[in-house]
Design a binder for this molecule. Structure first.
Ligand SMILES: Nc1ncnc2c1ncn2[C@@H]1O[C@H](COP(=O)(O)OP(=O)(O)OP(=O)(O)O)[C@@H](O)[C@H]1O
Ligand SMILES: [Mg+2]
Length: 326
């Protein structure tokens, strides 16, 4: 059994939201009781609609925000107990790659300075190699010519910019990338190229990935394990194979029906795309959080919140009727 590189145990994150001068603040439960493990060298995909808590989980894993309760462990260490120096060391192991290559790269500095910044911050030098040679090597690793180092971000295409962001992230030899919607801002034709680059780098550099996407096609193309989030809770967690061939939660099935991407193999379609609006996390539904939109909801779903329960060796579902959803 490989040790988990990332390990979340019953993690909650609530934000205090202020609602004007005369109204009391209210707690917004962005993440409610999330547990999962990411074995070293594997990819865990987090999928869910906007506001389901994906980026909040990413920020807690990166140590950028503290959990309200529960435990976030990275490389065996509890992130909450780290001091400044340890947090800096954590950032060396764990690098983020964010959605929008247009806004995550400073437009006024050249690619060379963007890529070598983490090297300078973390004072990493490869023995006998100049910073310039290292940058050229990193650019080559992500499929860009060494000449790219003299360019500015606005001279590059979206796909090239995301390659630069990836070169920057791998510059200090991290063990894990936290990829938050890494291809959402790109044309569909470019998405597969970037995903294939990430797969290739993972194998060559033995990286662990926490991959976030609202697109189940992206997540199922890339991931070993998949967690389906809804209003800050897991509806289903399973191996990629079980999600593709045996999804049991009506919400997972609805996400599958909505996939219209051409990435990777087709995911099996059952059920219809999800109808209606996501409820406000400030006033979540009673019982099962998905019941107001669920085509299979019964009285029990309004009253009783289903526990996330084992459905198979690598499969957990939070649905009272998981046995009869397909
Ligand atoms: N700093 C904050 N203060 C108050 N509420 C917040 C804060 N950050 C996030 N939230 C709320 O927490 C919930 C989860 O947000 P989060 O950004 O994690 O969702 P997401 O799944 O990443 O969505 P998206 O797909 O739009 O990026 C949302 O309801 C959001 O409005
Ligand atoms: Mg997000």
């Amino acid at each position: 059994m490989t040790l988990p590189f990332i390990d979340l145990q019953d993690v909650h994150k609530a934000y205090n939201v202020h609602r004007g001068v005369f109204r009391a603040g209210k707690l917004l439960h962005a993440v409610s009781g999330v547990s999962f493990r990411v074995p070293e060298g594997s990819t865990f995909g987090l999928v869910g609609e906007s506001g389901s808590g994906k980026s909040t989980i990413a920020r807690m894993v990166l140590g950028a925000e503290a959990a309200t309760s529960g435990e976030v462990r990275v490389a065996g260490q509890s992130v909450a107990t780290l001091d400044r120096k340890q947090r800096f060391q954590l950032r060396r192991m764990l690098q983020p790659v964010l959605q929008d290559p247009y806004s995550s790269l400073n437009p006024r500095i050249r690619v060379a300075a963007i890529v070598d910044e983490p090297l300078r911050v973390h004072r990493v030098t490869e023995h006998g190699q100049s910073l310039k040679d290292r940058v050229a090597q990193l650019l080559e690793q992500v499929g860009l010519s060494a000449e790219t180092m003299r360019r500015y971000p606005n001279e590059l295409s979206g796909g090239q910019r995301q390659r630069v962001a990836i070169a920057r992230a791998i510059s200090i030899n991290p063990r894990c990338l936290v990829l938050d919607e890494p291809v959402s801002a790109l044309d569909v034709s470019i998405q597969a190229q970037i995903l294939n680059l990430l797969k290739d780098l993972q194998e060559r550099l033995r990286l662990t990935y926490l991959l976030i996407s609202h697109d189940l096609a992206v997540v199922s193309y890339m991931s070993d394990q998949i967690g389906v989030l809804y209003l800050g809770q897991f509806m289903e967690i399973a191996s990629r194979e079980d999600i593709i061939a045996n999804a049991r939660h009506p919400y997972t099935q609805a996400l599958m029906a909505a996939v219209d991407s051409t990435i990777g193999e087709e995911v099996g379609r059952v059920g219809n795309a999800v109808q209606g609006e996501i409820p406000s996390p400030l006033s979540p539904p009673s019982g099962c959080p998905f019941h107001p939109r669920c085509p299979m909801a019964e009285e029990r779903c309004r009253r009783e919140k289903p526990a996330l329960r084992a459905f198979g060796p690598s499969h957990q579902v939070a649905c009272h009727f998981a046995e009869s959803t397909r």
